[in-house]
Design a protein around this ligand. Structure first.
Ligand SMILES: [Zn+2]
Length: 169
């Protein structure tokens, strides 16, 4: 499985759900969140680390919940979560011919391309903006019950639609 790409068997988006386990599984508040399809676990939700290296959690407003909010939105959006400017690499070069920024790996050493620089169009290669996942954190993740919960991928996408981030493709 590559970054943010769901297994082929889970192409039916409505069937994918996320289940948070109430147990405090790891030091620092990290808890397990499973990705399920048809009620069967297909693996753990990948932790897209930004605020909380020790893990993801929920039920209050903090860094662990911020990472859970971000990781849930990235997973739910699948390929649409990848920044199109840098192609998810977070590194671009300026193309002096087209006047645009292109993924750094396209910029073979040449007078045409600038030195690689950090992409300013995204957040670490992800198109999920911090204002969006912060709002999701407050609206949803901070309110998830301590004891455990299940969220449908369709519910996450519906929240995103309501809050202005559309799926591509
Ligand atoms: Zn980018």
């Amino acid at each position: 499985m590559t970054n943010a790409t769901l297994p082929a068997a889970t192409a039916n988006y409505g069937d994918v759900s996320y289940r948070g386990c109430g147990l405090l599984d790891r030091p620092g508040g990290g808890r397990f969140v499973y990705v399920e399809t048809g009620g069967e676990s297909v693996g753990l939700l990948p932790h897209r680390v930004k605020h909380s290296p020790t893990g993801m959690t929920w039920g209050y407003d903090g860094s662990g919940p911020a990472d859970l909010a971000r990781s849930l939105l990235i997973h739910a959006l699948d390929t649409a979560a990848r920044c199109v400017v840098c192609d998810g690499t977070n590194e671009v070069v300026h193309d002096s011919v087209t006047g645009t920024e292109v993924p750094a790996r396209n910029g073979v050493a040449s007078p045409r391309f600038s030195a690689p620089m950090r992409c300013t169009a995204c957040d670490g290669g992800w198109a999920v903006r911090s204002s969006t996942y912060r709002q999701f954190q407050l609206d949803v993740v901070a309110r998830l019950p301590e004891s455990g919960w299940t969220l449908g991928r369709a519910d996450v996408l519906a929240w995103l639609e309501q809050h202005g981030q559309k799926q591509r493709g």
